[in-house]
Design a protein around this ligand. Structure first.
Ligand code: TYD
Length: 133
């Protein structure tokens, strides 16, 4: 089984709408150092196509939907994200690709480290080699 967690955030909602607050130390698995978001993506584009050596991420589809394909080098799992109150928690050494974007899809990524290109494994064969060590 590919290892990942789906985090169910506390929703503070009332008749006027909903709010999720993500704060260090409460309801969140790591200290957030970076946030980025992706939108306006072509439906059939495939993004990601990499793994991280150390980075942990929580991925939230804050609007619309998309699919995350996760691969630990042995098995694959597809996670459909379509709920702003759910976070997909991925730790290191998981190859990820994401696709099937709805037109209104906004993907927000909360990351445990600053951007560091040397933490990326962008070649699938290299990924397989590193996890076999
Ligand atoms: P990339 O990681 O390839 O995006 P995706 O995994 O969604 O396909 O990043 C696209 C570009 O943005 C690449 O040139 C690196 C840059 N980038 C940053 O400068 N900072 C960041 O935090 C991220 C995630 C990407």
């Amino acid at each position: 089984m590919v290892k990942y967690d789906l985090l169910n955030f506390t929703v503070r909602g009332d008749h006027t709408g909903n709010l999720v607050a993500l704060e260090k130390g409460t309801d969140f698995p790591f200290d957030i150092k970076r946030v980025y978001y992706i939108w306006g993506t072509d439906k059939n584009a495939i993004r990601g196509r990499h793994a991280h050596r150390k980075l942990e991420q929580v991925i939230v589809c804050t609007s619309g939907s998309c699919d995350f394909i996760l691969d630990d080098g042995h098995e694959r799992a597809t996670v459909h994200l379509d709920n702003p109150a759910v976070g997909l928690h991925i730790k290191s050494n998981i190859w990820r690709e994401f696709t099937n974007f709805s037109p209104d899809c906004v993907v927000m990524v909360l990351a445990s480290e600053h951007y560091d290109e040397s933490d990326y494994i962008r070649d699938y064969q290299q990924f397989k080699m590193e996890i076999a060590k």
